[in-house]
Every structure is written in structure tokens, then in C-alpha cells.
Design a protein around this ligand. Structure first.
Ligand code: FE2
Length: 260
């Protein structure tokens, strides 16, 4: 038997969240999705509020992962310790609130989700994500394991994909907001360097284009504003074998809703 698993890329802004609320459940129904992971760390731009986290969950996410903007809205700290479905990178300091590895019940099977952050250009003094992944995989057993590797460098993400190949069901990259075209199955592990984002399409990573262009012209810091207009949802769909935990197929999914 196969389970369909959906990983949705970084949700950006209220418009991205509203899109998720309208379209995630119909998509889950259409594609017979059994488990959905959503990266939600950019819903407030930098971080997300408790209310926004609940809205992602209520929209149909089984697990919500975060990344370098985990603590962008400090109120989220009170949820991180007590909410099993809300994960921050496991390789941040253990003294920080929250956890980065959780096992979910999926019809009696154990579905493990691991959130890790990369160390190339993301300055969090994070523990080595490769060796921590080794340790986490040794702690307890699971029928499936999905790793959301929130990282900047394509090299680091691909290295993680090959490093964990054959040991986990999926390694999906997040953070860079631009979908890569390298989805593949490596020794039974579904892999993509970046899932892409869910937010304003005509934008630079969800932000108004002119602000970012001006930033590159002048390097003068300016407040970011979310772009408006058409919204895109980007994710990957994976088929995972319930007997072996192996991924049989991975495909990119992109949905664009025109603004009216
Ligand atoms: Fe990020």
C-alpha cells in the first residue's frame, strides 16, 4: 500500500496563508494525501504568530516546520514547548524552546518528521545537522521519516539528500523560496533541493519587487512589504510504501490562483 505525502514550501504572508486555508483541503482530497507538512516560518514575514500557526494546522497541516525565522515573533515560544505538531530546527541549541523531531501516528504507523537548519550563511551556531540527523535516526524507530532541511546552500542540501539516502523516506529543502527542478528518488528517498514557496507570485521571494531591486541598487535598508496579485502554492507530492517506508515517486506540484 502507498501513502501520498505532501510537503508545502514556505508560506509567505497573510495572502499565502489565506490561499492555504482555501485550497489545501481540496488538494488533499483530490490527491488522496495522507500526511501534509507545511513550512510556516514566513507567514509574518519574519516568523509567525500563535494564531497563524493554528490557522496553518486548521487548514490541514499535520506538521508545521520552521527555520531561521523561528523566533521572529517571540510569542511563538510559548507554543513551541507544548505543541507536538510545531517543529523548530532540531540542531538549534537544546536550551531554546521547542523541539525538532516528532513522531506522529498515521493509522497506526509511526511517521517521524525532522526539521533541521543548514549552516552555510545561516548564522545560528547550529549543531552539525548531518551528525545530529544520525543521532536522531538512532533514537527510536519510525515507519517513515521526512526531513525538512531548511538551508541556503544547494550544495549543503544535496549533500544532506545523498547522506540520508536509503535511511529516510524523504529529504525536502526549504528556505530559498524558489522551486528547484531536481526532484528525484535516491535509494528509496524522495529528494528535492527546494520545494518553493506559497505566496505572491510576482514578487522576489514574496516581497514587493521594487523594494528588493532598490535594495540591490543602494544597499539602503527599507521595510519589506508583501507583494500583491496572483498567489502560487508550491509543494511536492510523494508516494511512500507503507511496508518499506521507501519513496517510490516524487513530483513537483504548483498551483497558481489568479487575483481578480
Ligand atoms: Fe528561512
Amino acid at each position: 500500500m502507498l501513502y501520498s505525502v505532501l510537503a508545502v514550501g514556505d508560506v509567505v504572508g497573510e495572502a499565502g496563508l489565506a490561499h492555504l486555508e482555501r485550497h489545501l483541503r481540496p488538494l488533499q482530497k483530490l490527491k488522496h494525501i495522507s500526511f501534509t507538512v507545511v513550512n510556516g516560518e514566513n507567514i509574518s514575514g519574519v516568523g509567525l504568530t500563535c494564531k497563524q500557526a493554528w490557522r496553518v494546522y486548521d487548514a490541514g497541516a499535520d506538521a508545521v516546520t520552521l527555520g531561521n525565522h523561528t523566533f521572529g515573533k517571540m510569542e511563538i515560544c510559548r507554543m513551541l514547548d507544548e505543541t507536538p505538531w510545531l517543529l523548530r530546527p532540531a540542531n538549534l541549541s537544546g536550551r531554546m524552546p521547542g523541539h525538532g523531531c516528532e513522531i506522529f501516528d498515521l493509522n497506526g504507523l509511526r511517521f517521524r518528521v525532522v526539521n533541521l537548519i543548514g549552516r552555510c550563511t545561516l548564522q545560528w551556531n547550529a549543531e552539525n545537522p548531518f551528525t545530529l540527523a544520525d543521532r536522531l535516526l538512532k533514537q527510536g524507530t519510525a515507519d517513515f521519516t521526512l526531513v525538512d532541511f531548511h538551508a541556503e546552500a544547494t550544495s549543503e542540501k544535496r549533500a544532506m539528500g545523498y547522506y540520508l539516502a536509503g535511511r529516510v523516506s524523504a529529504v525536502v529543502g526549504t528556505h530559498t523560496h524558489v522551486t528547484t527542478a531536481d526532484e528525484q528518488v535516491i535509494d528509496g528517498t524522495g529528494y528535492i533541493t527546494d520545494v518553493g514557496m506559497t505566496g505572491p507570485k510576482d514578487s522576489i521571494l514574496g516581497v514587493e519587487k521594487d523594494i528588493i531591486i532598490e535594495r540591490f541598487l543602494t544597499y539602503y535598508p527599507k521595510r519589506h512589504r508583501f507583494a500583491e496579485g496572483d498567489i502560487e502554492l508550491n509543494g511536492v507530492l510523494m508516494d511512500i510504501d507503507t511496508k518499506t517506508g521507501e519513496c517510490g515517486s516524487i513530483e513537483r506540484y504548483r498551483q497558481i490562483i489568479r487575483s481578480v
